[in-house]
Design a protein around this ligand. Structure first.
Ligand code: GLU
Length: 302
């Protein structure tokens, strides 16, 4: 029997379009990791950026079609602004927040600080005088940034081992009043009792920022598992133009959700079959760390 308070894993899709085989593979892996360790499995819709109408229902339908089951209610980030604001207030009370008036262009054109890694915020608004801040407030609404106390942070990932990456003065609240993804994800994972984060390895480089933010908020560290993406035969991220990559288009090519599930399972070295049945065969240590090369069937819709 798993321990009673075994924590939770999750899948946190953005409802920006149809899930593709890569998303489904990540979801299935997250489910296998969670269920094989006696954890709950939660779903969270990350809709802070514009969501497509109806996309959320479609996402849930696709996850159910490949046999995923989840616990509790599905949360949406747009319902949770008060939680994110409370976290920003806590950081501000600790002197860790400042207003930033930079446009994207100003950031791109600013000389970077000495030794600052590429892409890091150059710190333009970090030490504005009160008068200057007052003046800039008249020009445009401010975003809120973290006053980071480190420039890098190390996390441990189940597949990648120790990973050290950049931490800069990341945005906490965008200047349109919407909380930033990095903040929301950290607050949500903690608030939902999630202690195992399985997601695509395109997010590994954001993880030091998130783990640092969690440490500032006094939140417990989580276990990270960044799984390889699915690539096309040219070793690029699969995209719609490659052919059928969603359940809907794969079905048009005669490949039903059960077959898609089995293809995903085989790609991680597991036998085909309903997820509950393959759970016993799942062993995280055997996971391939290479991307899955997927050749989508070409669809002729004429
Ligand atoms: N919403 C993100 C995505 O769909 C995933 C974020 C996460 O798993 O932390 O790429």
């Amino acid at each position: 029997m798993p321990p009673i308070d075994a924590g939770a894993g999750r899948f946190a899709p953005s409802p920006s379009g149809e899930l593709h085989v890569g998303n489904l593979r990540t979801a299935i892996l997250a489910w296998l990791f969670a269920r094989s360790t006696g954890r709950d499995f939660l779903l969270r819709i990350e809709d802070l950026d514009r969501a497509r109408a109806g996309a959320e229902d479609k996402v849930l339908e696709d996850l159910a079609a490949v046999g995923l089951t989840w616990d509790g209610n599905v949360l949406s980030q747009t319902d949770r602004f008060p939680l994110y604001r409370a976290a920003i207030t806590a950081l501000a009370d600790a002197g860790r927040v400042y207003e930033c008036f930079c446009t994207r262009r100003e950031i791109a054109e600013a000389p970077s600080a000495p030794h600052a890694p590429a892409g890091a915020y150059p710190g333009t608004c970090r030490n504005l005088s009160d008068a200057e801040r007052e003046r800039r407030r008249q020009e445009r609404p401010a975003a809120l940034r973290l006053r980071a106390g480190v420039t890098e942070y190390t996390v441990t990932d189940r597949l990648h081992g120790e990973y050290t990456g950049v931490v800069d003065d990341l945005v906490l609240l965008r200047n349109d009043g919407v909380p930033a993804y990095n903040l929301a994800v950290v607050v949500d994972d903690a608030e939902q009792g999630i202690d195992q984060v399985v997601r695509g390895d395109d997010l590994l480089s954001s993880t030091p920022r998130q783990a640092y933010l969690a440490s500032l908020l006094g939140l417990a560290p989580v276990e990270y598992v960044h799984v390889p993406l699915v690539l096309n035969t040219h070793h690029r991220r699969i995209a719609k133009r490659d052919g059928a990559i969603s359940l809907r288009t794969l079905a048009l090519a005669g490949i039903g959700p059960g077959t898609v599930r089995d293809m995903v399972l085989r790609s991680v070295g597991l036998p085909a079959g309903p997820l509950e049945q393959v759970l016993e065969a799942f062993s995280p240590g055997q996971l391939p760390t290479e991307p899955w090369i997927f050749e989508p069937p070409v669809l002729d819709l004429h």
